[in-house]
Ligand binder design. Structure first.
Ligand code: N9Y
Ligand code: NI
Length: 185
């Protein structure tokens, strides 16, 4: 099981390295990694488990964060309608996106960043994505709101990009053009 001690922190080169495409069928190690990443998110959102194992709550986790350069990440979150979205995305890509942008009004955080970094992180408001599932099936999804923001945060990790790279350093809370803010509850 993945614990906080397994999650690497900023300064580690793996967070700045582009992860490599995964080939199918997955190896046992890759299948285990996919399973463990999703399990971490589920455990971290369970108050008893989080407390017992000292897990920081997360809605996404990318392989880079556990020091693996495989192009895969897990997402586990509820969307606006309360629909649970829970999957591991392998070789994910954005096939199209809105012109409209969004940003979390509270800013973003990261399990690999142990400090508060203030500022708006511009994201596409809506994205159409494709990825492979653990079973080797291609999935196509349209995402908006928090799922879209989280997908982009995770895809950034696979490309060695950190959320704060996207904050305007001259004006962290400057207006984001064409953006509808996302208010976290
Ligand atoms: C884990 C991050 C991923 C999210 C950050 C912004 C969008 C995706 C994560 C640090 C602690 C809090 C937690 C979080 C949350 C957000 C909205 C609603 C409910 C993956 N990570 N967090 N970041 N939780 N909960 O670094 O989940 O934002 O790469
Ligand atoms: Ni992160």
């Amino acid at each position: 099981m993945i614990l906080m001690g397994d999650i690497i922190r900023e300064g580690h080169l793996t967070l700045r390295t582009r992860a490599e495409e995964v080939t199918f069928p997955l190896t046992e190690e890759e299948r285990n990694l996919a399973h463990d990443m999703l399990e971490y998110l589920i455990n971290s959102q369970n108050p008893e488990m989080a407390e017992k194992y000292g897990l920081r709550g997360g809605i996404g986790l990318a392989a880079n964060q556990v020091n693996s350069l495989k192009r895969m990440f897990a997402l586990h979150l509820a969307d606006e309608k309360g629909e649970q979205l829970s999957f591991v995305a392998i070789n994910p890509k954005i096939v199209s996106h809105s012109v409209e942008q969004t940003y979390m009004t509270s800013g973003e955080g990261c399990l690999s960043v142990d400090r508060h970094v203030p500022g708006y992180v511009p994201r596409y408001a809506r994205i159409t994505v494709k990825f492979m599932t653990v079973d080797g099936e291609e999935k196509k999804l349209r995402l908006s709101g928090l799922p879209a923001i989280a997908f982009q945060h995770e895809l950034d990790h696979l490309n060695g990009v950190m959320f704060y790279d996207r904050i305007n350093e001259k004006d962290p809370f400057g207006e984001i053009p064409n953006a509808t803010p996302y208010e976290r509850n």
